[in-house]
Design a protein around this ligand. Structure first.
Ligand code: ZN
Length: 261
């Protein structure tokens, strides 16, 4: 069984910033898809913000097992319709991985329901990433800690809901710490947030970072069939109750009426 991954790239910095274009001549999304395609059992393709419907048509979403999202400068350009389509796919069982500045992306905020804010500093600091959930499938094959020599600092407090599991915590040279690998379950979908990946540093060329993302793809993949109507809220009438009941008391809704939502 092959896991079909779609890497969504905002694709703005790569075209407008010379430094980013030099660090990622194949673009960031192209680099991520490139190392994933070297993995057994993973087939990765890319789409970008500039594509029609941001590349995330209903058909593309239906054929995506795990979506990876990198965005930064143009979160506001992502349409609400596509955001809702992505959220519904996650509730139906699609896996999703949010990278770095995707903490402020519309789909992440939609799925978290909180501000998703944090403190930050762009100073090329050393980041030391500690595994806090040993033997977790996302940490498979990693040392107890590893370092990225140049990274942007993200610091606590991180305005997200308490996660299901904290897989990694980062320490930064300036003293801050950050919960840098978090898992969530939203509906039938597995969600992973992973912190590294500031666009002016070569983090997605790092072997340990690549291992985390490949592990996270396998972890996030839900092999069960997608739920068809994850937001359905059906009314079950009295005569369809599993045990016979007699209606009593006053009621607001008429038979067959749709509920408020
Ligand atoms: Zn950044």
């Amino acid at each position: 069984m092959t896991i079909r991954v779609t890497v969504w790239g905002e694709n703005v910095h790569e075209r407008k910033n010379k430094v980013v274009a030099e660090v990622y001549p194949q673009t960031m999304h192209g680099t991520i898809a490139g190392f994933l395609n070297k993995e057994d059992g993973i087939s990765a393709s890319t789409v970008t913000l500039q594509d029609a419907e941001h590349g995330l048509t209903a058909e593309k979403i239906a054929n995506t097992d795990v979506l990876i999202w990198w965005g930064h400068a143009a979160h506001g350009d992502v349409s609400d319709a596509v955001t809702e389509r992505v959220a519904e796919a996650v509730w139906s069982g699609m896996g999703i991985i949010f990278l770095h500045s995707a903490h402020f992306s519309k789909p992440f905020k939609r799925l978290m329901g909180t501000p998703c804010n944090l403190s930050w500093r762009e100073a090329g600091e050393r980041e030391r990433i500690w595994v806090t959930s040993r033997q977790h499938p996302i940490a498979r094959g990693l040392p107890d800690h590893f370092e990225l020599e140049y990274e942007e600092m993200y610091g606590e407090p991180f305005g997200v809901p308490e996660p299901l599991e904290t897989v990694f915590i980062s320490w930064f040279q300036g003293g801050e710490v950050f919960r840098s690998g978090l898992t969530y379950r939203r509906g039938a979908g597995n969600v992973f947030y992973f912190r590294p990946g500031h666009e002016t540093y070569p983090s997605y060329h790092d072997g340990n970072v690549q291992k985390v993302i490949a592990n996270a793809v396998r972890w996030a993949h839900n092999p069960e069939a997608r739920l068809l109507k994850p937001t359905d809220a059906p009314n079950t009438p009295v005569d369809k109750a599993l045990e016979p009941i007699t209606e009593r008391g006053p009621r607001l809704h008429h038979d067959g009426q749709e509920g408020f939502r």
